[in-house]
Design a protein around this ligand. Structure first.
Ligand code: GLN
Length: 491
């Protein structure tokens, strides 16, 4: 890629826009041009907001020239996953069911971005209702990996991560129920943070599995990720699960480098399904950090081996309940045949409005919640969840952070796992534990193998995102990685 303003780190761009070194108009125009050129090949976006974004940039530049104080995201193009509502813009959730659904209100995170003068440039592709790990299960077609377009970008927030990796946005929002921010961040070589449960308001996020998911930021570097997190976190009276504490502030934490970090490396995340290239890359990071004087110790979280089945039971159970609202009557896909009775209309709308993966999960979730099976599945999974949380509590008495691979394997070929849901579910083995425990977790790029990205995952105790940013920055500074964009490098 030739040197352009898009190459300047976003945390610097935002300062340059505010002091008139760069105009928001130029930055937005270049981003839109890039989207036009590259997105037909990547399919990161479901909706691109062109004219309104340019109008906002012009208006903002004018305000800056007039000396007005602008917000902390002033003039930046921000992409938002298409399951997070932005008023008057379609919110499809990657589903035929909501193909023509226009959001009547802003999610709290969208409001916060607008308040900070960020420019919402589009809505990004995802696995239908965020159910997936590859962004192939979208009614709007698969998103492709910018590093190699024959490979998946990870998912379900694959559109958001791909938009960042391919310079089609400065910052993005995804949601992470069992890895949907960290998986695509890892596969696309960008930074993705799943915040502590309750740190960011979920108001306006279409629910898949509400006890597990959080909205979080995606960016090309740690400092830029922190800027967006700074703006979106905090209590919201419209989300009863958001924690009522003083919002954390991260902008200044990079001034001092971190000196002491007790690092734990839990065995369970390096099991037999983890490819040797991934092993190598993660241990390379750990050894580099060790050379800087940070000590690590191997440890064990014995109950984490039950995380994947517990996660899928809980996620599918909650999904079956959350998705019960889509009947196509008030909004959403409707067969529109007036002569049908209610039962037939309901089942026809749901059969045709939802894709196979979503229907499969609704059926399984209905089963695990049904009388007679509830105790055996859902209740048991919840008990395991508590035990896993206790495993983490114990580990964090001894360690500040835990370091593990984000994904067990390298980005795989499109279509490779489409007919094998279990092998796709297995890809989440290292990401779901943090969701079950409600702890924050970040994925940082740590290298390439045969040109394909690998991410290192750092986990910390609840509401210690500051530790993730500090450790993440340390890793980022000390691990040399290729910052180009694979096959799209020269586009
Ligand atoms: N791959 C996981 C699932 O399909 C996680 C998805 C997510 O985090 N939204 O449930």
């Amino acid at each position: 890629m030739t040197a352009r303003i898009l190459d300047i780190p976003v945390w610097e761009v935002v300062k340059k826009i505010a002091n008139q070194e760069i105009s928001s108009e130029d930055y937005i125009s270049e981003t839109l041009e890039r989207i036009q050129k590259i997105d037909p090949k990547i399919n990161a976006y479901i909706t691109v907001i062109k004219e309104a974004s340019l109008d906002k940039a012009l208006e903002l530049d004018k305000q800056i020239r007039q000396g007005k104080t602008v917000g902390r995201l002033a003039g930046l193009p921000i992409a938002i996953k298409d399951s997070i509502c932005v008023k008057n813009i379609k919110n499809t959730c990657g589903s035929r069911m909501l193909e023509n659904f226009v959001a009547p209100y802003n999610a709290t995170v969208a409001d916060k971005i607008i308040r900070e003068d960020g420019i919402i440039i589009g809505k990004t592709n995802l696995d239908e209702f965020a159910m997936g790990t590859s962004t192939e299960h979208s009614y709007f077609g698969a998103t492709r990996n910018p590093w190699d377009s024959s490979k998946v970008p990870g998912g379900s927030s694959g559109g958001s991560a791909a938009s960042i990796a391919s310079f089609e946005a400065a910052l993005a929002l995804g949601s992470d129920t069992g890895g949907s921010i960290r998986s695509p961040a890892s596969f696309c070589s960008v930074v993705g943070l799943k915040p502590t449960y309750g740190a960011v308001s979920r108001y306006g996020l279409v629910s898949y599995s509400n006890s597990l998911e959080q909205i979080g930021p995606i960016a090309r570097d740690v400092r830029s990720t922190a800027i967006l997190m700074d703006c979106i976190n905090g209590h919201d009276i419209r989300d009863s699960t958001s924690k009522n504490t003083v919002p954390q502030r991260f902008a200044d934490i990079f001034k001092n480098t971190v000196k002491n970090l007790k690092i734990g490396v839990p065995n369970e995340f390096f099991g037999e399904g983890v490819q040797k290239e991934v092993h190598k890359s993660i241990w390379n990071v750990i050894h580099k950090i060790e050379k800087l004087g940070f000590h690590y110790e191997k440890t064990t979280l014995p109950l984490v081996k039950y995380a994947l089945p517990a996660y899928y039971i809980i996620a599918m159970s909650e999904a079956s309940s959350n998705l019960a609202r889509y009947d196509g009557l008030r909004y959403g896909f409707n067969v529109l045949k007036n002569n049908l009775n209610w039962n037939t209309t309901f089942s026809k709308n749901r059969r045709n409005g939802f894709g196979d993966e979503v229907r499969q999960r609704i059926m399984l979730g209905t089963y695990t919640l049904s009388a007679g099976y509830f105790d055996q599945y859902y209740l048991k999974a919840q008990k395991i969840r508590t035990l896993i949380k206790q495993d983490f509590d114990r580990a964090f008495k001894k360690f500040d952070i835990l370091v593990v691979p984000s994904m067990p394997i390298l980005p795989f070929a499109l279509g490779e796992k489409l007919n094998d849901p279990l092998s796709l579910y297995m890809c989440d083995i290292n990401t779901v534990p943090a969701n079950l425990a409600g702890i924050p977790s970040i994925s940082i790029p740590c290298g390439l193998s045969s040109g394909l990205p690998i991410g290192v995952q750092i986990m910390a105790p609840p509401f210690r995102e500051d530790l993730l940013f500090k450790a993440g920055y340390l890793f980022e500074e000390n691990v040399t990685i290729d910052k180009s964009v694979g096959e799209f490098t020269n586009v």
